[in-house]
Ligand binder design. Structure first.
Ligand SMILES: [Zn+2]
Ligand SMILES: [Zn+2]
Length: 779
C-alpha cells in the first residue's frame, strides 16, 4: 500500500508554503460581529530597543499558543499585535547607534533618529514573529507612539488631572544622571557590587576623644547633617546629645539616638547625608534637617562639595578617601559586596535628588489594588505573590514625568505671567514643546502668552493603557462593553511590578474595573546556563537562523516543552534539534498510517479489544491535555502528547496492530477496519491536541489526510463514547509483556520477526490474537 503522504521527510521549507496559505485564506482574522464568545489577548507590545533573542521570541510563540488553544476551545479570538515605542530604552539605543547624546542634537532631529531606529528594529521583530507562525492581527498592528495612541495617553492624563489624581511636587526621588531624568521605584534594580567601606574618624566638639563612622559614600560628607547611634547601643550612651565635627568640611553636627542605626553594621555610628538612600530621606524629614544637595543633575558634585565640586561621583569618592588618608582620618578600609540601586535602563547607580515632577496618586489605591490582585486569576498561581509583595512595598506616589524627548508629551501649557498650568480638551495629540496652545487667555490672570511643557511621560504611563486602547475606550462604547475586561494578559514575571501593576492601577482609576480576567505569567528565556541573554555577556542567540535551520515547529515545540509554566526556560540549539526528533517521529507515524483507508465511523461493538484499549488511552489523553490547555499550560499539554505518541501509541499499539492493519493471514476485513479506524482516530487526536504548539506540521498532515479545512478551524476532540475505562488496566501489563518478549528475543539472538515460545498471560487474553501476530508467539 502506498502512503498518501509522499514526502519522506518533513522539511522546514514546507512551513513557508503553509504560511502563504494561511495568509491567502485569511484564516485567523477576528470577527467582531461574531455570535461566539470572544477571547481577547492583551499581547505585550514588544519594545524594540535592540535585537530580539531566542528567549524573547519563544515567549511570543507561547502567547500564540494561548491564542490557538482558545480558538480550539470555541472562542472567537482577537490576538492583537502592537509595538511599544516610547521612552528611554529606544533613546539609549539611538544614542549608542549614532554615537551621540540626546542633548547634542535638536529635539526634532533626535525624534527622527529614534523613529528610524525603531522602524528598523520593529521590522526585524515582525519578520521573526511572522516566521514563527504567530496567528496575530498584523494588519492592524498598533504603535504606542502613534498620534492615535498618544492622544489616548494624554486624554487619560487630562481626565486624571481633572479628577485631582495628579499633582506636582518637589521631593527627593530616584534620579538617573545617565538618563538625565527622575525614575520610578519600579525602574530601579538592585545589584551587588564590590564597594569600599571606609571607617572615618570624626572628632567631637563637646566630648573627649573621637568617634569612628563606617560609610560607603564618603563623598557625601559635605551633606552630612547629623550622626545617629542606636539608643540601646551601650558603647555610645555618653555621646547622646553631643556634637561631632565633619572632617574636611569642619561643620558641627548633632549626635542623635535613633533606632535606624544598626549596631551590627560598621561601628554602629551612622552619618545622615542628603541623600545616600531613602532611609536618609526619611530621617531628614523626621529630624527636620536641612538638606544640602551634594550631587547635581549631571552626576557631578555640586558647589556644596567645595574642592570636589565638578567631579563625577566615583572620582570624588576616590579623591576624598585619599585626602582623608593623608589627614590621618581613615581608620581602615574594608572591601565589601554592597547592594546598590541602579537604573534598570542604563545600569548606572541612581542618586536621590529632589526634582519637581508630576505624580500620579497610587498610595490611596493600595488597598483596592491588593483586592484586585487577590481576585485576578493567575496562571500559574504562584506568581500572584510577586504582585502582592510589590503593592505592599509601595511607599510613594508614582512620578510620571521624564526629562526626555522620545515619549508622549505631557499636555500642559503654563501661563507666562502667572505660571498657571492649563490642560487642553482630550481627544487630540498635543506637543506643547512645539505647538501653540489651544486657548487664547489665561483663565486666572487673562494673560495671552503661554509656555509649553517640555517633559514626556514615563513609558509605563503609555503601555499601561493597552487594554483601553484595544477595547476602544471612549471611542466605541458597544465594542468596549463587548471586550472589556480583556480576557487574558500574558507577560513575563519580570514586569509584574511595572507593566502588570501599572496597567491594573491606571485602568482601575479610569474604568473602576480590573482590566483583565486572568494573567498568564511566563518565565524568562535564558541561556544554557540559566543566565539572562545580553549583548554585553555575548550569549545572545538570534532566532532567525534557528528558525531557518530547524523550522518554527521545532523551535515552538522546544519553547513549550522546556519548562513548566512560569519557570525560566533555558535555550540550547541541541534541545531544538532534540525537539525536531519528535517531529520526525510524528511524521513517520502519520506517513505509515496514511497508507490505510480512513474509516470515519465505527460502532463501539465493532471494535477489537486492542483498539478499545488504545481508544481508552486516547480518551484519557484528551481529558488530561484539554485540561492543561484550559490552564494555558503548554508544558503539561505537549509533554503528555509526546509521551503518549512516542511511548504508547508508536512503540506498542502500532506494532501490535500492524499485522492486522496489513491484513495478514487470519485477520478478517472487519478486524482490519477496526484497526484502520483506530489508527486514524488516534492520529487525528494527536494532530488536534498538538496543533496549538506545532501549527505547521499538524495543519499540513490534517489537510493531506482528513479535511480541506485547516486544523486550526477545528475544536479540540471530544472523548469517544462507548469505550470503557476498564481497558486502561491493561496498559501496564501490556507494556511490560512486550518489553519482556523483546528482551527474550534479544537474549536468544532472535530477530523481532522470529518465532518464540511464550504464552500470553491471562490478563492479556483479550489481545491474544494481535499479540501472537505481533511477536510471532508459538505455544
Ligand atoms: Zn538611567
Ligand atoms: Zn496667568
Amino acid at each position: 500500500m502506498k502512503p498518501r503522504i509522499e514526502e519522506k521527510f518533513w522539511k522546514p521549507e514546507l512551513e513557508q508554503e503553509i504560511l502563504e496559505k494561511w495568509k491567502e485564506e485569511n484564516l485567523l482574522v477576528f470577527d467582531p460581529d461574531t455570535q461566539k464568545p470572544t477571547f481577547v489577548i492583551d499581547t505585550p507590545p514588544p519594545y524594540p530597543s535592540g535585537v530580539w533573542h531566542v528567549g524573547a521570541a519563544a515567549q511570543y510563540a507561547q502567547i500564540d499558543m494561548v491564542a490557538r488553544a482558545a480558538r480550539m476551545m470555541g472562542f472567537e479570538v482577537w490576538f492583537p499585535i502592537g509595538f511599544d515605542r516610547n521612552g528611554i530604552p529606544v533613546e539609549k539605543y539611538t544614542e549608542r547607534k549614532y554615537g551621540i547624546k540626546m542633548q547634542d542634537v535638536s529635539r526634532e532631529e533626535f525624534i527622527e533618529l529614534c523613529r528610524k531606529a525603531l522602524d528598523e528594529l520593529e521590522e526585524e521583530i515582525r519578520r521573526v514573529m511572522e516566521r514563527m507562525g504567530l496567528s496575530a492581527d498584523f494588519a492592524n498592528a498598533y504603535h504606542t507612539d502613534s498620534p492615535e495612541y498618544r492622544a489616548l495617553t494624554q486624554a487619560t492624563f487630562i481626565e486624571l488631572w481633572k479628577r485631582g489624581l495628579i499633582y506636582e511636587a518637589t521631593r527627593p526621588n530616584n534620579y538617573c544622571y545617565d538618563c538625565g531624568t527622575t525614575i520610578a521605584d519600579a525602574d530601579v534594580e538592585y545589584v551587588r557590587l564590590p564597594t569600599q567601606l571606609v571607617y572615618i574618624k570624626f572628632s567631637l566638639e563637646d566630648a573627649e576623644g573621637d568617634v569612628t563612622i563606617a560609610t560607603t559614600r564618603p563623598e557625601l560628607l559635605c551633606s552630612c547633617q547629623a550622626v545617629i547611634v542606636n539608643p540601646e547601643d551601650e558603647r555610645y550612651l555618653h555621646l547622646h546629645g553631643k556634637h561631632a565635627i565633619v572632617p574636611i568640611f569642619e561643620r558641627s553636627v548633632p549626635i542623635i539616638p535613633h533606632p535606624a542605626a544598626r549596631p551590627e553594621f560598621g561601628t554602629g555610628v551612622v552619618m545622615v547625608c542628603s541623600y545616600g538612600d531613602f532611609e536618609d530621606v526619611r530621617l531628614f524629614r523626621e529630624l527636620g534637617l536641612k538638606e544640602i544637595i551634594a550631587i547635581g543633575e549631571d552626576g557631578r558634585m555640586t558647589e556644596a562639595a567645595g574642592s570636589y565640586a565638578g567631579l563625577p561621583v566615583e572620582e570624588a569618592r576616590k579623591k576624598i578617601i585619599e585626602d582623608l588618608k593623608t589627614m590621618g582620618r581613615v581608620v581602615k578600609v574594608e572591601r565589601i559586596m554592597h547592594r546598590v540601586p541602579v537604573c534598570e535602563r542604563s545600569g548606572v547607580p541612581i542618586e536621590i535628588i529632589p526634582m519637581k515632577e508630576y505624580y500620579l496618586k497610587q498610595l490611596d489605591f493600595k488597598d483596592t489594588m491588593e483586592k484586585l490582585a487577590k481576585e485576578l486569576k493567575f496562571y500559574p498561581e504562584k506568581h500572584r505573590q510577586r504582585l502582592l509583595d510589590w503593592i505592599r512595598s509601595i511607599t510613594i506616589d508614582w512620578p510620571i514625568t521624564r526629562r526626555r524627548y522620545y515619549g508622549t508629551e505631557v499636555p500642559i501649557w503654563y501661563c507666562k505671567k502667572c505660571g498657571e498650568p492649563h490642560v487642553p480638551e482630550p481627544g487630540k495629540y498635543y506637543r506643547p514643546w512645539k505647538e501653540s496652545p489651544p486657548f487664547e487667555k489665561c483663565k486666572k490672570c487673562g494673560n495671552d502668552t503661554f509656555e509649553g511643557e517640555f517633559r514626556t511621560f514615563d513609558t509605563w504611563f503609555d503601555s499601561s493603557i493597552t487594554p483601553l486602547f484595544l477595547s476602544k475606550f471612549w471611542k466605541d462604547e458597544k465594542f468596549f462593553e463587548k471586550v472589556y475586561p480583556i480576557s487574558i494578559r500574558p507577560q513575563g514575571y519580570e514586569i509584574i511590578r511595572t507593566w502588570l501593576y501599572y496597567t491594573m492601577l491606571r485602568c482601575y482609576q479610569l474604568t473602576g474595573k480590573c482590566p483583565f480576567e486572568a494573567a498568564w505569567i511566563g518565565g524568562l528565556g535564558v541561556d544554557e546556563k540559566g543566565e539572562k541573554m545580553s549583548k554585553s555577556k555575548g550569549n545572545v542567540v538570534l532566532p532567525m537562523p534557528i528558525l531557518e535551520k530547524y523550522g518554527a515547529d521545532a523551535f515552538r515545540l522546544w519553547g513549550a516543552g522546556e519548562a513548566n509554566l512560569g519557570e525560566d526556560y533555558r535555550f540550547s540549539e541541541r534541545k531544538v534539534a532534540d525537539a525536531r526528533k519528535f517531529l520526525t517521529k510524528l511524521w513517520n507515524i502519520a506517513r505509515f498510517i496514511s497508507s490505510f483507508p480512513v474509516v470515519e465511523e465505527l460502532a463501539p461493538e465493532e471494535l477489537e479489544a486492542s483498539d478499545k484499549w488504545i481508544l481508552a488511552e486516547t480518551n484519557r489523553l484528551i481529558e488530561e491535555v484539554t485540561d492543561a490547555y484550559k490552564n494555558y499550560n503548554f508544558f503539561v499539554a505537549i509533554t503528555k502528547v509526546k509521551e503518549f505518541t512516542w511511548n504508547v501509541f508508536a512503540s506498542h499499539y502500532i506494532e501490535l496492530v500492524k499485522p492486522r492493519a496489513y491484513g495478514r493471514e487470519g485477520f478478517s476485513e472487519a478486524e482490519r477496519r477496526s484497526a484502520w479506524f483506530s489508527l486514524h482516530r488516534v492520529l487525528k487526536t494527536i494532530l488536534l491536541l498538538s496543533a496549538p504548539v506545532i501549527p505547521f506540521m499538524t495543519d499540513f498532515l490534517w489537510r493531506k489526510l482528513y479535511s480541506e479545512e485547516s486544523v486550526h478551524k477545528q475544536k479540540f476532540p471530544e472523548k469517544l463514547g462507548g469505550v470503557e475505562e476498564k481497558w486502561l488496566e491493561l496498559t501496564r501489563e501490556l507494556l511490560s509483556f512486550n518489553s519482556y518478549v523483546w528482551n527474550e528475543k534479544k537474549k536468544r539472538n532472535l530477530s523481532l520477526k522470529d518465532e518464540i515460545e511464550i504464552g500470553v498471560p491471562e490478563s492479556l487474553k483479550p489481545l491474544e490474537k494481535d499479540l501472537r501476530a505481533m511477536h510471532n508467539l508459538k505455544g
